[in-house]
Design a protein around this ligand. Sequence first.
Ligand code: SF4
Length: 288
Amino acid sequence: MHYEGTLIRPPSEAHSLILQVTTGCSYNKCSFCGAYKDTPFRFKERQLESDLDFAEQHCRRYNRVFLADGDVLILPFAQLSEIFRKIRSRLPWIRRISLYGSCRAVRSKSLLQMRELKELGLDRIYMGLESGHDRVLASVNKGETAASMRRAAACTSACAIFLSVTVLLGIAGSSLSEAHAIETGRVLSDMNPQQIAALTVMPLPGTNFHRAIQRNEITLPSPPELLRELKLMLEHTTADYVQFHANHASNYLHLAGRLQKDKARMLSRIDAALSGSFPLVAEERRSL
Ligand code: SF4
């Protein structure tokens, strides 16, 4: 397989075949994100053919495929449907196609086009909400609002596409931590995705977010503040039958469960960590 740069994939795609259809992210402007800073967005059209040849011969044990990099769904519909058709005909044993899909990528397709992609195998979209608070979204240059995130989720839901949403603890800094937690919980409730992943922001040198911290424009919440943020977010999330994961390597406290069924258990775990009776992940063990 032909891969360029550092491949990033969601933890739940650890057992998927990774097909790098594009490089980079077509937006590449979120202030906290350093994932594709020096990687131009490009459709790897020529390499796709040879990757499919390779997968046809050597990758029959995979029944899922994840399309990398950051923003494959933004490709024009005609190109995307052609890629999906090729996967279907050349790798007929593949049962599930997943990708990162930004809100603007969903918006760039009509409902009919999204339904057609679903029929062609698009099973799961991983979307970064980061925050449900409009001021926070604007401050990190996400280029979206809570309302546009809700609309994108309504579209995936209408097409019965599994939606996994990522939120970022700490992204609002200390001053907006509480409002970020409450609004994010509310927007998650409205989006009602099938999966929620809470990560903790880790400022990457070279990003505007990191520079803002160095200039003291943002103060990162302390670990107890982050725990209270997580607690408040969970308390304000009424979405049901949702897998909730806060077990990413960036988190100080690892939680996993199903909402709403396991909410009380997860909240009491946070309380235990806040009171010191449950240990936090050591700073040096955290990573992205
Ligand atoms: S967070 Fe997502 S949308 Fe924003 S720049 Fe990074 S990859 Fe692109």
